[in-house]
Design a protein. Structure first.
Length: 365
């Protein structure tokens, strides 16, 4: 009979996460490995909740079973630009179900229902990002209606470039800008892009707790006017990309590749179990494409000084900046798909997305 649990068997619970779930959530993330030639785990050490306070709201749902956490889902609400106007938009992330978990479809439905109950009043709309080659997740979520889940509608293909940091980059001095001038420049740039982070004085106070200030931005000026700006954000103190291992041929030839890259003074492929020394370009705004070489050189200097070996940036696959960035960064590319997520009975935009390019912050995805 429904609702009766056998003696000694603990019933699953789907609930809002609290501090007592911290260790179990971190273990779940570490065990959730993205397959591929390089197996990756995206972790949040030493505190899953360390980034709380940067957004307008953070809500995490967990599925608990037998004293552990077998599933999770998180919604982080930011002020993001949509059609040139700042809106409260929730980003769905940390969606995990432990491998070989029975009744995972039911837990998924219950998790989305519980999360929706909390976040639907907090945001005007929602989106998420899924790796293009994660065919299993895309197959499930693109046909989510059959499972009683929110609907997923593709918005754009997103290209994430990961460029190598060369410590031999030409040493140049960066122009300075105060918080007020930067805020105006970044705000104007955000209005021209979809899902760009909005900028206001309160944003700087939030970022200060995560190690970012106006002084961390590299600035390029033409005739005294800012034409390009970006910060390098080292997120390793609270968020890491862990190399779980290598598959097939790459694992066998990694020592030879590392010897070759060492001769060229390029970053080597890290050992399994290590944290990737990678940062994110943050607040990247370029009005004049000819300023990109100068900005990239300044960013590499900042990254090298922070002990980083790689820097990443995401752009809409349609973005004309990609041609310049590929030539400058000379790195790896990863593709994801951005989806608009809509709960049954949840908020819907009154107008379609216009033709502005999508430029979400990779450091917030």
């Amino acid at each position: 009979m429904a609702g009766i649990v056998a003696p000694g068997v603990e019933r699953d619970t789907v609930a809002i996460a609290d501090r007592s779930d911290d260790g179990n959530l971190r273990r779940l993330l570490r065990a959730s490995v993205t397959p591929g030639a390089v197996r990756l785990a995206f972790t949040r050490e030493p505190d899953f909740f360390a980034t709380d306070g940067l957004a307008e709201a953070d809500v995490t749902v967990v599925a608990r079973r037998e004293g552990g956490v077998v599933g999770s889902g998180r919604c982080t609400v930011y002020q993001l630009s949509r059609n040139g106007v700042p809106r409260r938009i929730g980003y769905l992330n940390a969606l995990r179900v432990r491998d070989h978990t029975s009744e995972s479809a039911r837990l998924l439905r219950e998790g989305y229902t519980r999360l929706g109950r909390e976040v639907l009043p907090l945001a005007d709309g929602f989106f998420t990002s899924i790796a293009t080659d994660n065919t299993r997740a895309r197959r499930v979520l693109e046909h989510s209606g059959r499972l009683g889940l929110p609907s997923y509608r593709p918005l754009c293909d997103l290209v994430t470039l990961v460029g190598a940091v060369d410590s031999r980059a030409e040493r140049t001095s960066a122009a300075a800008a105060d918080e007020s001038e930067l805020n105006e420049f970044l705000s104007d740039g955000a209005r021209d892009s979809q899902l760009a982070l909005s900028w206001e004085p309160a944003r700087w106070q939030q970022l200060a707790h995560r190690g970012i200030s106006a002084g961390d931005f590299s600035v390029v000026r033409h005739n005294g006017r800012i034409v390009a700006a970006a910060a390098v954000w080292d997120q390793r103190p609270f968020r890491q990309t862990v190399i779980d291992g290598y598959e097939g041929l790459l694992g066998n030839v990694r020592p030879l590749l590392n010897a070759f890259m060492a001769m060229r003074r390029m970053p080597e492929l890290p050992a399994p179990g290590s944290v990737l020394a990678q940062g994110a370009l943050f607040g990247t705004t370029v009005l004049d494409p000819s300023a990109w070489p100068a900005l990239w050189n300044l960013a590499r200097q900042r990254a090298a000084a922070a002990g980083l070996q790689w820097v990443c940036l995401s752009r809409d696959a349609r973005d004309p900046e990609l041609r310049i960035l590929r030539r400058l960064m000379k790195g790896r590319e990863y593709r994801t798909t951005l989806y608009e997520v809509t709960w049954p009975g949840g908020p819907r935009w009154p107008d379609p997305w216009d033709e502005r390019l999508f430029r979400p912050e990779v450091g917030l995805l």
